[in-house]
Design a protein around this ligand. Structure first.
Ligand code: GA4
Length: 331
């Protein structure tokens, strides 16, 4: 069992001693896209963990590495150049500050808007002024992530037998889909070496507000997920695989069958971690509510109906670790 990490940015010079043990959790569900039972495994994983890893996904490591190295170039550029893209409102470059309400983490990042543009068959990435090459790689990467996420959503639909194949994937495919993309850089923190047993928060615990998120990182550890019993477990890094997170919206759409997974990232003492995350979101005016085709006789909605725009507005008023769905739970 992992103990509570200390947020070094708040009190680096007077960290209270805290024992910290970590264990590598080996039972993270792995879904092989070539496995005929992939659908079943995805749904089981979404129910139990809200999290799974995908292998044999068909996206080349070379392609992922290219974007990673272009992102690293950006993060290695002079601070004053990076700051030209910040602070994020909501897109742009951010350093240590997360969101508008005082959250901090040991990271810097780029946030992009990522709307699909079906006609052109690519993603339309919004961050004016960013280098052509980075822009183009992000566009291609976002398209690949959107396609993969649609595949996953269609497998879920089939497995749950909840009507037309695209009942969920259409939300992400929609031209107005409010998706976004983030590249995170967690610098190493060598001070941690002399503070044995202490941990430093890279990105504080939270759930994602969206439908689904898909994350890929380099081979540096740090990502942890919270199990249903409240235990935090480390996710062994794997630069060639993708990790899917169930977001709050999918928890609502499945009326609580799927779990929006709480996760966080801890900083590493010696290695930097680079991660890229695509967040699949619906159009702003889309009503987020339990799918009627999934409800059993007499089953009640766990949540008040809201639009994605209302949920986002509410989310941006919260601190990272807050239970954002709590405001919409029916009493
Ligand atoms: C969490 C998931 C995504 O990274 C994100 C985050 C957003 C931000 O970094 O600006 C938020 C956070 C995230 C949820 C609550 C609000 C908004 C920071 C914050 C405190 C881009 C998103 O959509 O919601």
């Amino acid at each position: 069992v992992l103990s509570q990490p200390v947020n070094v940015l708040d009190n680096f010079n007077h960290i209270k001693p805290c024992k910290s043990t970590s264990r590598n959790f080996t039972a993270i569900p792995v879904v092989d896209f070539l496995d005929p039972d992939a659908k079943t495994k995805i749904v089981e994983a979404c129910k139990e963990f809200g999290f799974f890893k995908v292998i044999n996904h068909g996206v080349s490591l070379e392609f992922m590495a290219k974007l990673e190295s272009e992102a690293v170039k950006f993060f290695n550029s002079p601070q004053s150049d990076k700051e030209k893209f910040g602070p994020p409102n909501p897109f742009g470059y951010g350093n240590k500050k997360i969101g508008p309400n005082g959250d901090v983490g040991w990271l810097e990042y780029l946030l992009f808007g990522a709307r699909p543009e079906i006609a052109k068959g690519n993603a339309q990435v919004i961050l004016p002024g960013i280098s052509e090459i980075l822009w183009s790689l992000v566009n291609d990467y976002v398209s690949a992530m959107r396609n993969m996420m649609c595949e996953v959503l269609e497998m879920i639909t089939e497995e749950l037998k909840i009507g037309p194949k695209d009942v969920l994937s259409r939300l992400i495919k929609d031209e107005k889909s409010d998706s976004c993309f983030r590249v995170n850089h967690y610098p190493p923190c060598p001070e941690l070496l002399s503070l044995s047993g202490r941990t430093l928060i890279g990105f504080g615990e939270h759930t994602d507000p969206h439908i689904l998120s898909v994350i890929r990182s380099n081979n540096t550890s740090g990502l942890q997920i919270c199990l249903k019993d409240g235990t935090w477990v480390s996710v062994p890094p794997d630069h060639s695989s993708f990790f899917f997170n169930v977001g709050d919206s999918l928890q609502v759409i499945t009326n609580g069958r799927f779990t929006s997974v709480k996760h966080r990232v801890l900083a590493h003492s010696l290695k930097s971690r680079v991660s890229m995350v695509y967040f699949g979101g619906p159009p702003l005016n889309e009503k987020i509510t339990a799918l009627s085709s999934l409800m059993e006789d007499g089953e009640k909605n766990l949540y008040e109906e809201f639009t994605w725009s209302e949920y986002k507005k509410s989310a941006y008023k919260t601190r990272l670790g807050e239970n954002r769905l709590g405001f919409f739970e029916k009493s």
